[in-house]
Every structure is written in structure tokens, then in C-alpha cells.
Write a protein that binds this ligand. Structure first.
Ligand SMILES: Cc1cc2nc3c(=O)[nH]c(=O)nc-3n(C[C@H](O)[C@H](O)[C@H](O)COP(=O)(O)O)c2cc1C
Length: 220
């Protein structure tokens, strides 16, 4: 698979089979992702891969947290209030998702239930939490984005799908407690991954991208 094929054919996947990825394959992909570039080569990512019983425990803890009505308290303040064309694109991505699921714009309960699937990892057998030391802020966030995209593409090449999830950084407490994270380590975002369920309606969601003229300027 070429990079062009990966980028053209990929989409975020939000329904998975329960087939697990063999540990050796997982390790090989993560080893390759270590090649990602970073500012001054500081490689600030600390990646937590959660599977098996610990995944079950964490999912239950997230569900309890959601049911309690707790408000998000992310380690990093990046919950965006998008404006103008960004807001329009945000609506576009929500419409693609809810359209694929047949959820009406006015059906708030169905939307919330669909949102809650984030913390059940969309039934994926594995989930990654992308963490870094809290003091790094935006310096580290850039590097973690580059790293996560590298890992995502490596996975796609190996036939493994994923969905990056800002949602997984919204309630850090259960993760901190169950994985015994030190205070100085913050969770930026996460990614559920595994083998896509091809029959799931949610996986038919497709988003668009703006034309080059809206994104790139050339100066001669
Ligand atoms: C940093 C980041 C955070 C994201 N957070 C979520 C999330 O919490 N839940 C979700 O369902 N999708 C999430 N996504 C997926 C985006 O919605 C998706 O990439 C975008 O709409 C483009 O669609 P595509 O990936 O299918 O091309 C996230 C993507 C990125 C890069």
C-alpha cells in the first residue's frame, strides 16, 4: 500500500470486531512509530496500550463516570470552541457520522448515546492513550500529533483500523487511577484500534476535505 492509497482509502472506524492483534505485531508497529519526528528529537510521547482485563476495567470505570454526570476535566485545555468555517466543518463531520447512523439532528439522546460509545472504545479490543508530561503543553502536543498520525498510517498499512479520540482525554481520573499514572503525566488524547466491522453502518461515514485553494497559499 502506498501512502497515497492509505490516505485516500482510510476513514475513522467506529465499530470493530473482537479479534485481537497479536502482541508481536503490535510491538512491531509501535517500534516503527518510534521513527516519528519530534521537535529537537525529544520524543515526548508516552503511549499506554490497554487491552484485555484492564480494558474491561477501564471501560466500566468510564461508564460509571459518565453515569455520575461528572463534567470533563482534561489534563490539557484543548476543548475547542470552533468558529466560522471551522464550526461549519465540525458540523459536516457530525452530519457524516450521525447521517451514517440514521440519527436525526434533533435526537439529542441518540447523539449522546453515540458519543458515549467513545468511552466503550467503539468495542475495539485495544486502545492507546497518548500521554506526555504536563509541562510540555503545545510543544509536546505537536509531536504527539505527528506520532499518532504515523502510528495510524502504520496500522492502516497492516490492515488495522482506528479512530483517534479527543474524547479519551476528557476524563483522565479513571485512567490515572487504574493505570497508576504519575501526577506529572497528562493524557492528551487516545485512539481505539483493531479490525473494522465492515457491516457496521457507522463505518460508512465519510467526511470531505476543502479544496487546496482554501488550505494552501503559494508564494513565488
Ligand atoms: C485529534 C483528534 C481527535 C479526535 N477525536 C474524536 C473523538 O473523540 N471521537 C470521534 O468519534 N472521532 C474523533 N476524531 C476523528 C475525527 O472526527 C475525524 O478524523 C474527522 O471527522 C475526519 O474524518 P475521517 O477520519 O473519517 O477522515 C478525532 C480526530 C483527531 C485527529
Amino acid at each position: 500500500m502506498t501512502i497515497a492509497e492509505i490516505l485516500t482509502k482510510r476513514s475513522s472506524i467506529r465499530a470493530f470486531t473482537n479479534k485481537e492483534i497479536p502482541a508481536k505485531k503490535l510491538e512491531a508497529m509501535l517500534t516503527l512509530a518510534q521513527k516519528a519526528v519530534s521537535n529537537c528529537n525529544v520524543q515526548p510521547w508516552q503511549t499506554l496500550i490497554v487491552s484485555g482485563n484492564t480494558r474491561e476495567k477501564l471501560k466500566s470505570a468510564f461508564m460509571k463516570t459518565l453515569m455520575s454526570g461528572q463534567q470533563p476535566n482534561p489534563d490539557f485545555d484543548w476543548t475547542p470552541k470552533y468558529q466560522n468555517e471551522h464550526r461549519e466543518r465540525q458540523f459536516g463531520s457530525a452530519n457524516a457520522l450521525y447521517g451514517a447512523l440514521g440519527i436525526e439532528r434533533t435526537d439529542k439522546q441518540a447523539r449522546m448515546q453515540s458519543m458515549a460509545r467513545n468511552w466503550a472504545f467503539f468495542d475495539a479490543p485495544h486502545v492507546a492513550f497518548f500521554c506526555m508530561q504536563k509541562y510540555l503543553g503545545i510543544m509536546g502536543a505537536v509531536d504527539l500529533g505527528v506520532y499518532a498520525q504515523s502510528l495510524s498510517m502504520i496500522m492502516r498499512e497492516a490492515g488495522i483500523d482506528n479512530c483517534m479520540q479527543g474524547a479519551l482525554g476528557q476524563f483522565p481520573d479513571p485512567v490515572r487511577e487504574i493505570l497508576e499514572l504519575p501526577d506529572e503525566l497528562g493524557i492528551l488524547f487516545g485512539m481505539s484500534f483493531g479490525y473494522a466491522d465492515p457491516a457496521a453502518a457507522v463505518n460508512q461515514a465519510r467526511t470531505t476535505r476543502v479544496d487546496l485553494t482554501e488550505a494552501v497559499s503559494f508564494f513565488d
